[in-house]
Design a binder for this molecule. Structure first.
Ligand code: ISL
Ligand code: CA
Length: 617
């Protein structure tokens, strides 16, 4: 039991404690080495509370201790032995956001036929597995992350027959297909929720978080998409409340109810029986909420942008639920799982992905998407030095029993190239450099559609062009906080998820918005992706499973080696200035196998990345 009398180093030994303290220090520009300093580590929590208690408030410390005490397990990274081989560790994944991938019938909305028509292209690129963002029946309040019927395909996208055809076409090409599993919430139009509303005595009342015993809002939680996390209905002249962590049309399922878990598991098995190879599990770390749904601490709420989050982002039954899904649904079909787990740091990620624990195969960790101290809705330039720090940390410390995902973009984020620089003349070099880093690191690369085209952010001109429910909520919130319309729009523009959701410019010459044309900055990039994926597969033993070691970590450059049967040296210029290349590789017998500039230059050009391979006698 950790208490106010526990020392900082005791707190730091708790996996949740470590993740949170690391993040706090990082955002304050301080090193976590501070906590391994014996003098500081001996300080008690109560001393710290005295020092900063005024600023943070008592609730902060209470919540912190309570959270830490829910986790009794420990996982230390496995350093020795072999890495267990698996198809999904060797695969290159490609995320398709169906609405904006490829439109086959000209109605402006991507569809399943469109995906089928691009399978040869994807195979040719070197892609082994597809992840489809939701294609289920949905009122599309959050572009399909609000599901009305888990076993139906959204009409705009196609039919179940077309889905079966897609699946078999994928398998014919020896590729895999995973779907999106959105089970933290359903649409308010889902039959379960509708029945719960219309028949108060039905069992579906217990499928969600309903409250009818209070006139005032049940707690102070806010939703991820701004505003309170509760909808208000009326029933027999009384107020009826229902919880939603996201939009007002995405109602949180009550996972403490065993029938909810059974129904979800049944649905997963239905898709797996059809031949689907696994699932990406949407906000899966949010499914277990603390009993009684206690108020959130406002300091934590402000730090995280959502009030109440400490009560559910790593809830008390998370491990239990994940294991149940794993053993009852995934394991019987030998299916693959990758959890989307916003907010979890490395140690929490270990606790849900370590291979001995049978919870998830992999997760998406998001700590690298913004520089420390910054948030998505902020116009700033991303620090590539931090990307290096993050990669070194994860490559060296995640351990052999865990496996990381490698990605920069998805449908929830502006483009990484644009975060690093808005200078169009640098975009192509940055895209290439990021690709080298992604395909030569240990982990599974997830491309987001359009990465291979070098897409950058769009130049939206006003809120009229923004349809995303999150952006609209953010805009409203900013106006309420006193920003002018222009100021609010500028902030939304920086962070809007819309940048990841514009229709792919497959054929830019065909009457596409001129602005979209500019988005596609690098025509040659697709070939570069092909080459890099080829290299990764050809030298799987080194580039997928091999060891990782930093050779050079000076400002502006990042050099590392990957060693398996072969020895590779990857030499990266992270800056927009020329840099010295890594010397030793030239003296020893190395040959250049790849360069983003296509030349064997003496120095590293801005954002140039080179891959060298040791010549074997
Ligand atoms: O935590 C975040 C920062 O605000 C979010 O980026 C968070 O990761 C995200 O909102 C969760 O995303 C997933 O679930 C949402 C859906 O809107 C997203 O598209 C999906 O990827 C609700 O289902
Ligand atoms: Ca269409």
């Amino acid at each position: 039991m950790l208490t106010y009398n526990s020392t900082l180093s005791e707190l730091y030994n708790n996996p949740i404690g470590r993740d949170i303290m690391d993040k706090l220090l990082l955002s304050m520009g301080m090193s976590s080495r501070l906590l391994t300093n014996p003098i500081i580590g001996r300080r008690k929590l109560k001393t710290v509370r005295k020092l900063v208690g005024k600023k943070l408030g008592d609730g902060f410390f209470e919540a912190f201790l309570e959270l830490l005490n829910t986790e009794q397990d420990r996982v230390s990274p496995r350093e020795d032995g072999e890495i267990t081989r698996a198809w999904w560790k060797e695969a290159v994944f490609y995320q398709i956001y169906p609405r904006s991938f490829c439109d086959s019938n000209g109605d402006g909305v991507g569809d399943l036929r469109g995906i089928i028509s691009k399978l040869d292209y994807l195979k040719d690129l070197g892609v082994d597995a597809l992840w489809l963002s939701p294609i289920y029946d949905s009122p599309q309040d959050d572009n399909g992350y609000d599901i009305r019927d888990y076993r139906k395909i959204c009409e705009e996208f196609g039919s179940l027959e077309e889905f079966r055809e897609l699946l078999s076409e994928v398998h014919n090409r020896e590729m895999h297909l995973i779907m999106d599993l959105v089970v933290n919430h359903t649409s308010d139009e889902h039959e379960w929720f509708q029945t719960a509303l219309s028949e108060p005595n039905s069992k579906y009342r217990k499928y969600y978080y309903f409250r009818n015993d209070t006139d005032v809002i049940p707690n102070n939680w806010t939703s991820f998409f701004s505003g309170p996390a509760w909808n208000e209905y009326e029933e027999n002249d009384k107020r009826l409340w229902a919880l939603h962590s996201f939009s007002k049309k995405q109602m949180d399922l009550n996972w403490t109810n065993p029938e909810v878990r059974e129904d979800v598991i049944d649905m997963i098995r239905w898709w797996l029986a059809m031949g689907v190879d696994g699932f990406r599990m949407d906000v899966i770390n949010l499914i277990s909420k603390r009993d009684g749904l206690p108020d959130g601490d406002s300091t934590i709420g402000e730090m995280m942008g959502v009030r109440g989050i400490e009560n559910y982002f790593y809830g008390p039954k998370l491990h239990e639920y994940l294991r149940q899904i794993q053993s009852e649904a995934f394991a019987p079909y030998n299916a693959f799982s990758v959890g989307e787990t916003p907010g979890l740091g490395m140690n929490m990620c270990r606790l849900v992905t370590d291979e001995t624990r049978k919870e998830l195969d992999m997760v998406f960790n998001f700590d690298h998407l913004e520089s420390p101290g910054h948030t998505r809705f902020e116009d700033y330039r991303y620090d590539t030095e931090y990307l290096k720090k993050y990669m070194i940390d994860w490559q060296s410390h995640y351990g052999k029993g865990c496996w990381m995902s490698l990605f920069y973009n998805n449908h929830d984020n502006p483009k990484m190239i644009s975060k690093i620089s808005t200078d169009q003349s640098e975009a192509s070099a940055i895209g290439r450099m990021l690709a080298v880093l992604q395909f030569t690191s240990r982990g599974t690369p997830f491309l987001f559609q359009g990465d291979e085209m070098g897409l950058v952010n769009s130049e939206f001109r006003s809120m009229d062009e923004i349809t995303d429910v999150e952006s609209k909520g953010e805009y409203r919130k900013l106006l309420e906080a006193g920003k002018t319309e222009d100021e609010a729009f500028a902030i939304v523009l920086a962070g809007t998820r819309e940048h990841g959701r514009v229709l792919l410019p497959w054929n830019p010459s065909l009457g596409v918005h001129p602005e979209r044309l500019r988005q596609r900055v690098d025509k040659k990039l697709t070939e570069i992706y092909q080459d890099l994926i080829f290299l990764r597969k050809e030298y799987r033993d080194s580039l997928v499973y091999g060891t990782f070691q930093v050779l050079r970590d000076k400002k502006g450059v990042f050099t590392y080696e990957r060693v398996g049967t072969e020895r590779f040296v990857v030499d990266i210029n992270l800056s927009n200035r020329e840099q010295k290349s890594f010397e030793p590789k030239k003296q020893e017998a190395f040959e250049l196998v790849f360069s983003t500039t296509g030349m064997a230059t003496e120095k590293l050009a801005p954002y140039e990345a080179q891959i060298w391979m040791e010549v074997q006698e």
